[in-house]
Design a protein. Sequence first.
Length: 110
Amino acid sequence: MNLKIRKGDIVEIISGSFEDKGKRGEVIKVLPKKRRVTVQGVSMRKKHQSQVQTQGRSMNPGIIEFEGSMDISNVMLVCPKCDEATRIGFQRDEDGLPHRFCKRCEAMID
Ligand SMILES: [Zn+2]
């Protein structure tokens, strides 16, 4: 199974919460078995820490923000060539290795 989204890709959020829709960010984590991805700066969650580790910061002590994961179907790859959120196709090279290409401008992505 080839996942269309990989770590380090820039993706656009195409569905999900109102605040996140249309945002772009870098994929920082892929969970292939759960078909979920974590995108930098998107789907922020708050977590309470039992201990405050940094001193001198008075804003919301004990609360840290982190990115929550989302279903992989909620994101679309942004093509590095045409800069559009696009569908991805696979094309095999002479060694049989699959490479992704942009279905919009047909540029090879990797
Ligand atoms: Zn493209």
